[in-house]
Design a protein around this ligand. Structure first.
Ligand code: SFD
Ligand code: AMP
Length: 627
């Protein structure tokens, strides 16, 4: 076996991941841990200052309810999420996050984040729920607060340690395993409770950009399905694994559209000039009641544009110049004021990208796009798994303790595995939490996890013989490569191992062609999905033959195994749900309609670590009474 030192770390609470959910968990858990003499440890595969989805920054905070200003109520937010997810959401979780999210945003401001304000000092809204920010350094600010809180409570931070397996004994989590991405060190974290916050997944589906553009995607290439893998392998029940997210974005640079649609009130049109949201309004009747209420769900907005593309009416364009001209029109009488407004709008347009998707600004510059003069192409991205945005996949977690919810078996945000909590993209059916809501959810889980440790936290009984076995399995790709690399002249071609890049291409081909990716126009069917399952048998078999040339490739191997699990659970769940509920995310051509009578429910599943068997199940949707 490759020679790796084993490093054992004992802690009370272990937080795996260092993104928005994890940072929220760290801040809150550190506070309660200090009061109770407990230790909190956080582990990120990257450097927390720039890790996860917000690495490049963001230009808006997408969840702010505005309770103190009387703008909205928490119940309004519950209705909004219900509507956007076509009726399928865990309203207890959405409610819990919504009632805490404003205080999280106020903390962000206190920690130094610049939220735009108007002349009266009020927050500038992008839309009803979104606030504009100067967010290039958003992640640094949030990570700094988490690190400060941990330092104050005597906690520990591990960066560049990649978490692979959960450690579970008798359905109780006792820690996690990982390895350093810089040195030959294998980590055994022993903990009384674990919070999973390792984001969502990208590159499960073949991305639009391949070859030299591989890695340019909307979702950050480094979130690889670790949360889904970790919770599934722990034996946790999962939910909404069929609900992928496909954002519409400025094409190829993946710049955000929210500011254009909501702040600038821009239209999107086909190459023929038709505004698909208006031209195809009648189609929305087929998706009643959700298609007929406002705002029209994100997937249905996508779907109307996709119908144009299917009919060969593409490309689709964002009418940026028209939108800018309309806003500036009111200053027309005063040439000086007009010029000033145009300059202001132009700079806002560029800042929107520079704050969060710099490559889109570079693409605009390289293609001579001036948004005030010329419209810009938009397109549906490849599918991603991001339960905190407008997707919903994640673990099935216990509801808030003080709410009369039917989904309650323990502490808030605890999965069905004792002591294992999930936040952000790792926790399912509570979409539209975004950066701020993920942080708020992290705070909720951080507090609950410490309570769990105080009340029930037993010393973790880690079976070191099992750890040794897992260590050998985790490091196996290095050994396999070493044993066979001299058998061929090109190390990329070998009958005894497969390198992670080729393995990823195989996974992506299956997902793209059979599970409704870009090249199959997001359409799939029972037969296609069943064929995907047949191909998965071979893929799973070959995952045991992954080879790694170095530490980086070892990480790539495990990232792709995690992607494979995310892909498989996705295929299984679309197969299970025999209807089409989220056209615009995926379309099951053999069951093309929404079936409220049979499928107004959650599609949940579970993998049994003892037997390796999968179980699929329906769970009822509960609406908060009176909401
Ligand atoms: O508008 C391991 N999001 C937006 N939210 C907003 O509030 N405003 C916006 O402007 C947003 N936009 C946006 C957004 C996301 C993306 C990808 C883009 C644009 C391009 C959503 C939020 O970013 C998202 O909701 C939160 O970040 C979710 O938080 P969390 O904690 O669930 O995930 P994370 O922040 O990505 O962090 C993941 C962490 O896990 C680490 N990690 N660590 C150890 N071992 C492993 N194996 C690991 N695997 C991953 C990561 O390093 C990271 O620290 S808009 O354009 O849509
Ligand atoms: P985006 O940049 O697309 O992620 O959007 C940012 C926020 O605005 C998210 O909360 C979206 O759900 C929302 N949003 C984007 N476009 C629209 C639209 N056309 N109508 C309603 N909400 C939107």
């Amino acid at each position: 076996m490759a020679n790796f030192e084993t490093v054992e770390v004992s802690t009370d609470l272990l937080i795996v991941g260092g993104g928005f959910g994890a940072c929220g968990a760290a801040v809150e858990a550190a506070y309660w841990a200090k009061k109770n003499g407990l230790k909190v440890t956080i582990v990120d595969k990257a450097a927390m200052d720039r890790s996860g989805a917000v690495a490049m920054g963001l230009s808006a905070i997408n969840q702010y309810v505005g309770v103190k200003d009387g703008d909205n109520t928490v119940e309004d937010y519950v209705r909004y999420v219900r509507q956007d997810l076509m009726g399928i959401s865990r309203e207890d979780l959405v409610y819990n996050i919504a009632r805490h999210v404003d205080s999280t945003v106020h903390l962000f401001e206190k920690w130094g984040l610049k939220i735009w304000t108007d002349e009266e000092g009020k927050y500038v809204h992008e839309g009803r729920w979104q606030l504009m920010i100067n967010g290039e350094s958003y992640k640094i600010i949030i990570a700094e607060a988490a690190k400060n809180a941990l330092a104050d409570a005597g906690g520990e931070v591990y960066e560049r340690v990649f978490i692979t397996e959960p450690l579970v004994e008798n359905n109780k989590v006792v820690g996690a395993l990982g390895f350093s991405t810089r040195e030959n060190k294998f980590y055994v974290f022993k903990a009384k409770a674990v919070i999973a916050g390792m984001g969502g997944a990208v590159h499960v589906f073949r991305p639009r950009s391949v070859g030299e553009g591989l890695g340019r995607s909307w979702y950050p290439p480094f979130n690889s399905g670790s949360s889904a893998y970790f919770t599934l392998r722990a034996g946790a029940e999962m939910t909404c694994q069929e609900v992928r997210f496909i954002p519409v974005r400025f094409k190829d640079g993946y710049g955000p559209v929210g500011a254009w649609f909501l702040l600038f009130k821009s239209r999107a049109i086909s190459a023929q000039g038709g505004e698909y949201m208006a031209v195809r309004k009648d189609e929305l009747q087929n998706w009643a009641p959700y298609g007929l209420a406002k705002p029209i769900p994100a997937n249905l907005r996508n779907y109307l544009g996709m119908l144009d593309m299917d009919e060969g009416l593409g490309p689709l364009y964002m009418e940026t110049s028209e939108a800018i001209a309309k806003i500036a029109e009111q200053y027309k009488e005063d040439p000086k004021a007009f010029k000033k407004k145009m300059k202001e709008l132009e700079s806002e347009a560029w800042e929107d990208f520079l704050d969060m998707t710099i490559s889109q600004a570079i693409l605009w510059a390289s293609q001579n796009v001036k948004p005030e003069e010329k419209h810009s192409e938009i397109a549906a991205c490849e599918p991603y798994f991001i339960g905190s945005h407008s997707g919903a996949s994640g673990a099935w977690v216990s509801g808030p303790e003080d709410l009369d919810t039917p989904y309650k078996w323990g502490y808030a945000n605890m999965t069905t595995v004792d002591g294992l909590f999930a936040v952000g993209d790792a926790s399912g059916a509570s979409s539209h939490k975004f950066s701020s809501g993920s942080h708020a959810e992290g705070r909720i889980a951080g507090k609950a996890a410490i309570k769990y440790i105080v009340e029930k936290g037993a010393a973790p009984a880690v079976d070191m013989a099992k750890v040794e076995e897992l260590k050998a399995r985790i490091l196996a790709p290095l050994d396999l490569y070493e044993a066979h690399c001299n058998e061929t002249t090109d190390p990329e071609v070998n009958t005894n191992y497969i390198l992670p890049r080729q393995f990823m291409f195989r996974l992506q081909k299956i997902m793209d062609e059979y599970a409704g990716g870009v090249t199959s126009a997001f359409k799939t069917s029972k037969s296609l999905l069943e064929r995907a399952m047949e191909l998965f048998v071979f893929l799973r078999e070959d995952s045991e033959k992954l080879g790694a040339r170095d530490l980086y490739e070892l990480e790539r191997c495990w990232e792709n195994i995690q992607r494979m699990w995310q892909g498989e659970v996705h295929v299984r769940t679309i197969l299970f749900r025999e209807e089409t509920r989220w056209p615009g995310y995926y379309f099951r051509a053999d069951t093309p309609k929404m079936d409220e009578a049979n499928w107004h429910c959650f599609a949940n599943c579970k993998w049994d670590p003892a037997t390796g068997e999968w179980e699929m199940m329906k769970r009822d949707v509960w609406n908060i009474p009176g909401v």
